[in-house]
Design a protein around this ligand. Sequence first.
Ligand SMILES: Cc1ncc(COP(=O)(O)O)c(C=O)c1O
Length: 284
Amino acid sequence: MIYLNGEFIPIEQARIPVLDRGFIFGDGVYEVIPVYSRHPFRLSEHLRRLRGSLDGIRLGNPHDDAEWTRLVRRLIKLNEPDDQSLYLQVTRGVAKRDHAFPKGVAPTVFMMSNELSRPPMEQIQNGVGAITAADNRWLRCDIKSIALLPNVLLRQEAVDAGCVEAVLLREGIMTEGSASNIFVVNDGVLLAPPKNNLMLPGITYDVVLELAQANGIKHQVRPVAESELRGADEAWLTSSTKEVLAIVRLDGKAVGKGIPGPLFRRMYALYQDYKERVMRAPEV
Ligand SMILES: Cc1ncc(COP(=O)(O)O)c(C=O)c1O
């Protein structure tokens, strides 16, 4: 079952007018929320980021957090798998095609659930390959916009090279991945790019930094230079669905020893443990 504009219906019955501004302009924002054992992971943080994205595109929030929470819980209940990946999208609604905002138009609200597929064990144990690419996106990458064409093209470049991610560089500084945040480890220190308009403020990124803080892992939040990425002992990617994965090859060259490093293995275990605790918590 999916949710569309006030109704829970089978996806086959869902219809969107072709003049929806999401379809015409990519004029909308979205969230992806993992659900473990029917618990939405970090729901209030996802809803806070959604508010930020809506503010960023000057679109009113169609629901308050209590209503979003009610809708999310209902969607989880109506779908079979215990572990789900919820996709939630709000667009500026349906109107005659004109770039300027339409007046008095209701936003389109859509949510769907898919089974959450965890990264294959092979990727967790052996790490993944990545390429680097020039970050040719706009200057509001902090907005989780549905207009993802640059990210789509960048990710495809990685896939064409037999890799899982493109690590993006802007003027000699690492920003993020095409669909993930990137961390590096140098001399035992975890380096994370600071949140700004050039990257998405990842929910997983926050969890990783909180776990580093809570467990005495040395870390710095500061701009990471391309040279630091290329000379890194370890590099990781993080996202809600990929969790934490080690990047072991970058542009065909080994990162560190070319296998997931000791700090990755530690963070991976901490992340799994944290998830377990959240999953055992009483339902929100
Ligand atoms: C461009 C980009 N950066 C970062 C992330 C990671 O964000 P999160 O950890 O909230 O999934 C994503 C998630 O898909 C993304 O698309």
